[in-house]
Ligand binder design. Structure first.
Ligand code: ZN
Length: 570
């Protein structure tokens, strides 16, 4: 009898598990009060979250997940406790390699497109933990330089989804040993959450004069308020809360930082640094004052201060999200200026679309590098960084991601928005010129960006050029990369010298405008030509010396095979 009841319970749980669609709900709103006790390495969270059923079926259960080092304390709907079962769930979305999952039985079935609000409470410790990395064989020390998130008396930094689930999420479990599964799950979550709102009130209690600083990478239109409440009469302690708002969240991963840090910088950059790193902080500030006019020349005035946070582990891997970067602070001369350009770009241009937000920031890095060392060197660097993109595009067909997740305009896939998007911006600049591009970017309003074609229309208005064919192949769909080759070169002599008729071929599925260079005795000349997918184009070039060589693509257009781009003229 006992055995039978155990069996029935197990069967019931199994049936439950089969029915659970973990990604049915989108979390549209978070209103969380986060109480942090660094001495105890603890946090306690109370608040409310709103879930919208984005699946096609009514939902009676919801999954809520937090890091496995945290525990659920209360879940209520309409002020009444609801039934939930908690279970550990193996998933490398979190640094511990597991999540505490609450499977909540909702008091009513939620129809598609409807919402439900849950009051929630959870708490626990967040020590440093690199289990998910050591489990797959990463040496311990390397792993801790990467998974540095923790609450500790000296320094607290929590990065959220993909690192530590310190706010509730809901994802299908994913393992690091399973190819790109973790990155795909994070990308799916971010694309669902991009329009959502998150509000955190971060509170600490302690003596006012020694209370560590708190900071978050909240969006420029956030409310960063600071309030102090007196503690119990007998103690000199006070409770201090700061409010941070991410609305909309966009591609940003909220980062919470608390530490005994010194804040420096009133201009383009704000630095939170260890007291012993004052000289390094000053070198960053000096560099940022030099770079700021370049960035604002492209993207307009900064709308917020960029933030840099000093990581105490000198070998910690840097991380950036929103206009905040966490990095062990070395002199700006040692790290180069790239990171500063990138951060200042984020502080100027906001967008809910990663291909614009991150793509433009990486593009501005390349334009800045070009201003220092010239076009050729930048194209060499861009080409070198393209290995990932080419590999990714070549295996794109095998990917299980839906088309909307592969299209640049809507993707949250990091390889696409960090490697492909800057190349797309570079091509647009070569096609339209600096002026048209600057004006279009200046006219861009993130709040107006409701339609995928909004950016195309801004660029067309400035350049008076039809860009539908380009956006179709690069932004609205993932058509992979072009593959150019010089098919033939025909040379004839005439009164002015030589006329070269060059046939260029594009064997790929993406159209592009590409430069074709003819080297001839004593000089070279270049013409740009539009070549549609699986098509040929003919370029005629009149020169006054004997043609020697034709090269298609100077590295400014990403392509799948560059081995067939040079043609020797005999
Ligand atoms: Zn960035």
């Amino acid at each position: 009898m006992k055995f039978l009841s155990v069996l029935l319970t197990l069967l019931a749980l199994a049936a439950h598990a089969v029915a659970l669609d973990r990604e049915a709900f989108t979390f549209t709103n978070y209103q969380l009060n986060v109480r942090v006790e660094p001495e105890q390495q603890r946090l306690g969270v109370r608040g409310a979250i709103t879930l919208r059923n984005d699946s096609a079926a009514p939902q009676k259960t919801a999954a809520l997940q937090i890091s496995s080092s945290l525990a659920w304390r209360a879940i209520k709907v309409d002020g009444k406790p609801v039934q939930y079962v908690t279970q550990p769930l193996h998933s490398d979305i979190d640094h511990t390699g597991a999540l505490s999952e609450a499977v909540v039985t909702l008091p009513r079935s939620v129809p598609p497109k409807s919402t439900i609000e849950l009051e929630i409470g959870y708490e626990g410790q967040i020590p440093q933990d690199a289990t998910r990395l050591t489990q797959i064989g990463t040496p311990g020390e390397t792993a801790t330089h990467s998974d540095w998130d923790q609450i500790s008396p000296a320094f607290t930094a929590l990065r959220g989804i993909g690192y530590v689930a310190w706010y509730p999420i809901a994802t299908e479990p994913a393992g690091l040993s399973d190819g790109p599964a973790v990155f795909d799950a994070v990308a799916r979550w971010k694309s669902r959450e991009a329009a959502g709102r998150m509000h955190f009130d971060v509170c600490q209690t302690g003596p006012a004069d020694t209370m560590p600083l708190t900071a978050m990478n909240d969006r420029p239109r956030g409310v960063g308020s600071l309030s102090s409440l007196p503690g119990p009469n007998t103690s000199p302690d006070i409770t201090r809360c700061a409010g941070y708002e991410f609305a909309p969240l966009g591609a940003t991963t909220p980062i919470l930082v608390i530490g005994n840090l010194t804040q420096s910088g009133k201009g383009a950059l704000s630095i939170y640094h260890l007291s012993e790193h004052k000289p390094e902080a000053e070198s960053w500030l000096k560099a940022s004052e030099l770079i700021a006019p370049f960035v604002s020349g492209w993207l307009g005035a900064a709308r917020t201060q960029a933030q840099v946070v000093d990581l105490p582990d000198p070998q910690a891997a840097p991380f950036e999200s929103g206009a905040m970067m966490l990095t062990p602070l070395k002199s700006a001369n040692d790290i180069g200026t790239t990171a500063i350009v990138h951060l200042l770009a984020h502080a100027s241009l906001d967008s809910p679309r990663p291909w614009i937000y991150e793509g433009v920031a990486h593009f501005i890095e390349a334009v800045y590098a070009e201003s220092l060392s010239g076009r050729k060197q930048v194209l060499d660097v861009l080409s070198a960084h393209r290995a990932d993109l080419v590999a990714g595009e070549n295996t794109a067909a095998e990917k299980t991601q839906p088309a909307s997740m592969r299209a640049l305009g809507t993707t949250f896939d990091e390889t696409l928005y960090r490697a492909k998007a800057p190349a797309v911006w570079w091509m647009l600049r070569d096609m339209l010129g600096d002026d048209a591009l600057k004006k279009a970017l200046a006219a861009y309003q993130p709040a107006e960006d409701k339609d995928a074609a909004y950016m195309q229309h801004l660029l067309e208005a400035q350049s008076k050029r039809d860009l539908g064919w380009f956006f179709d192949d690069w932004v609205y769909h993932d058509r992979g990369l072009p593959d150019f080759a010089v098919a033939s070169v025909f040379v004839s002599r005439n009164d002015q010298g030589y006329l070269a008729t060059v046939t260029v071929q594009n064997a790929g599925d993406a159209a592009a405008e590409v430069p074709v260079t003819l080297r001839f005795q004593g000089d070279a000349t270049t013409k740009r030509v539009e070549i549609r997918a699986k098509s040929n184009a003919v370029v005629r070039m009149q020169v006054n010396g004997a043609p020697q060589q034709v090269v298609v693509n100077d590295g400014s257009v990403p392509e799948s095979d560059v081995s067939n781009n040079t043609y020797e003229v005999r």
